[in-house]
Design a protein around this ligand. Structure first.
Ligand code: GAR
Length: 210
């Protein structure tokens, strides 16, 4: 069975979706860089071990990432899930987890890497928005996208309504991708290519919201 660690910084609604999905992998621990993240409560309620590693206690990103690496090794982790984890990871750490670390981002990557995605979509007047799940690489929000949740932006959408609608999609898409990884329908090959259900993944798999 795949041992999963989930890294969080905030509310943890994606963590909750993963808990509720009854994955064939096991969530063995949750790491937060913020002691007051509500995600920690969710983990405790689900009897999942938690660990707080506060970035401000470390003098460098390397030292912080090393502390996380130690914890992940102690838990014997196979797959790292970033679920609203708002720290940039060092290239050294990312390389250690190449092909074994996933992130969810609230935009249709490669559009809108970084922060404030909903506001930027509204500012531009885009018709389509959503979320993307990708393998993590050293460049921010740049690894190959595996799956996307897609929604149509309404004329009366606000940052808040888009955030809520994107969250709904995230809760659908992320558990599905993690399950594909756990049951080996999603495979990251040594050459960096991805296959899904024995076929090369040439474009993201899309889930649409009506
Ligand atoms: C999610 O919308 C996720 O896409 C986003 O943070 C939110 C966490 O929500 N992640 C990023 O912006 C990473 N660049 P949650 O704590 O309720 O799961």
């Amino acid at each position: 069975m795949i041992n999963i660690a989930v890294l969080v910084s905030g509310s943890g609604s994606n963590l909750q979706a993963l808990i509720d999905a009854n994955l064939s992998g096991k969530i063995v621990g949750v790491v937060s860089n913020r002691p007051n993240a509500y995600a920690l409560e969710r983990a405790k309620q689900a009897n999942i071990q938690t660990c707080v590693i506060e970035h401000k206690d470390f003098s460098s990103r390397e030292a912080f990432d090393n502390a996380m690496q130690q914890q992940l090794r102690a838990w014997n982790v196979d797959l790292v899930i970033l679920a609203g984890f708002m720290r940039i990871l060092t290239a050294d750490f990312v390389v250690k987890w190449e092909g074994r670390m996933l992130n969810i981002h609230p935009s249709l990557l490669p559009s809108y890497k970084g922060m404030h995605t909903h506001q930027r979509v509204l500012n531009t007047g885009d018709v389509w928005h959503g979320c993307s799940v990708h393998f993590v690489t050293a460049q921010l929000d740049a690894g190959q996208t595996i799956a996307q949740g897609v929604l149509q932006v309404n004329r009366n959408d606000t940052v808040e309504s888009l955030a809520a609608r994107v969250h709904q999609l995230e809760h659908l898409v992320y558990p599905q991708v993690v399950e594909w990884f756990c049951n080996q329908q999603l495979i990251y090959q040594s050459n960096g290519k991805i296959s899904h259900k024995n076929k090369p993944l040439t474009r993201p798999i899309q889930f649409c919201q009506m």
